[in-house]
Design a protein around this ligand. Sequence first.
Ligand code: DGJ
Length: 721
Amino acid sequence: MSGRTGLHHLRAGGVSLVLDVADGRLPVVVHWGTDLGELTDAELHALALGVAPQPFGYPVDGPMPVSVLPEASTGWPGVRGVAGHRAGAAPSTRFAVTAVERDERPAPWASGLTVHATDDAAGLDLRLEIEQAHTGLLRLRAAITSRAGDVYDLAGVLPALPVPARATELLDFTGHQLRERAPQRQPFAHGTHERSGHRGRPGFDSGFLLCAGEPGFGARSGEVWGVHPGWSGNQRMLAERSHHGVSLLAAGELLEPGEVRLGPDESYVSPWTYATYGVGLDDAGARVHDWLRARPEHPRSPRPVVVNTWEAVTFDHSLDRLTALADAAAEVGAERFVLDDGWFGARRDDSTGLGDWTVARDVYPDGLWPLVDHVRALGMDVGLWVEPEMVNPDSDLARAHPEWVLTGAGGRLPGAARNQQVLDLADPGAFDHVLVRLDALLAEYPIACLKWDHNREVGEAGLPPSGRGAVHAQTHAVLRLMDTLRARHPGLEIETCASGGGRVDLGILQHTDRVWASDSTDAHERTAIQRWTSLLVPYELLGAHVSAPVAPTSDRALPLDFRCAVALFGHFGIEWDVTEADAAERRRLAEWVALFQERRALLHSGRVVHADVPDPAYDLHGVVAHDGSEALYAWVCTASSDTWPPPPVRLPGLSADRTYRVALDGPVRELDGIAARWGVPLPWVEAGGAVLPGRVLGEVGLAMPVLFPDRAVLLRVTPAG
Ligand code: DGJ
């Protein structure tokens, strides 16, 4: 038992984390997963001894389990938790813990552990923080301070958590523009599965949440562990399994060589690495949602129905056209009008004017006031599109300050993407310039929300004049710019957008209030994009807009009811030029807007749930009130099914002992699908609904209608009797 004096049990929200900080070593995870209940000190010691790993690697002096910052000096052959070097010194670390502080943390956090350690030989101090939220969500970060007189060249900090050997299957995400967060699964085999991105943002193909779980884990079953880098710059995530029986998940910032060089007493603080656990993905995701929702800054006012001008007018701005759009949108119930790209400088297309944040006088001779007044008189508030990090070379700003444009080594301009380059916001002059311009706009106009876009990757760009990696400094500068504007304009909301959903992470969500999940407004594609984005992002933060009858991003024609039913499970909005909708379409859209407004409180506070439907043609998702009193589900078909009709589908998340009434909801009251067309009866629907206990609905389920592809129906669940 000697030396096992540093055992810590963090326990909240059904999750236990047992850490061993014995013998001056960095914390080793003894258990991360299901709640172990109250354990005495003796039981904790017995647990630590009971699962203590055998020595691994080359001969070392006794068992050297891998810590949350894995070190080569322990014999661990895999990823390094702290990587870097000084000229003439070995690159490995061997931190010795000098102090451990355990404390309660303010909500939404429950408790935290701060570990201070030092490595005299490497000349480094370490401050490691581990926090657990009330929901069981964990996060970790490390601050490294260089204490020697020369430069420590930091290559990276990568917090890692072990998962049990039974987690043999990996899930992570990939994608491209218009297809963000596409899931991919594979066995968790020996070796390293790495997802890194040098894009200056997480990217469309970001790994997003790297999960390891029991074989076949789904939405409702199978233990699953996941890590996520809460960082909006270059990212690194990996799953590593060694033949020693150790499996790790790690996530953090990806540094370019030479990007962070620490002089004497200089520090680097890693972004937070988030770690969630659950029995099924819904459970793991709920720990993130509930934590986000418990933050004091979480948006609490009803999320307004948005009308965004992008797909309706693109760059073709005119007061007449936009006021007509505002009139039509207000008529169907829109509550926020977001003026997208094209309102400023010489920005009549995407080749000019980016960076010139003054209202285009040729288009808006009296400024934005006539439009703003018109919109506000209709009862809507106003949002405005900006892209503060970027510049067209053909702009007044780039002409006046070419030195503010990020370059590659030797001053070489990176290849243009969408005719634009990246402004060096780490340069105080550039930062102040953009701040002053945006601040002036926000002071002049009553702008409720900025749609903050980011349309090119930063990959090659470096800090002028050295060409050294710029993303670390740039990312911090952008977040600082957002915070400064929000501090000066209390109540200002920000939507994060990057050519769609290229910058969606829990880091930027601490500075923003909404994500634009994808530029694909094709409801068929959106079904999957929203399903997987909502793994971390609750519906009130997830922008989802109804597009034109033929989606401009795919040329796919889709029925209005389907487009609306998909957008309902998000922060509902309209991207369609509703001036082109006929009277019947406008009436139907207005019905959906009204439905969203009626169900908004539930949609934006309830637990997000999914059924594990074996048929890939169908999806059942929904929200269940936290007290179990009501629920709303969508039964969605996106392909022709190989089963006809589908077997009963379980309705997840209801309270077992309550009795509920299930009935069709929303404008689609008559089944518009194969069932109705061919007269296939669905007795419980024909009877006007089903009344059953939650345990029956959750275990046996209900027969679902056979739908045509790209059709959806809604099921409303209310207390019976
Ligand atoms: C990309 C965004 O994703 C779109 O929604 C739109 O805002 C355009 N940029 C504007 O340039």
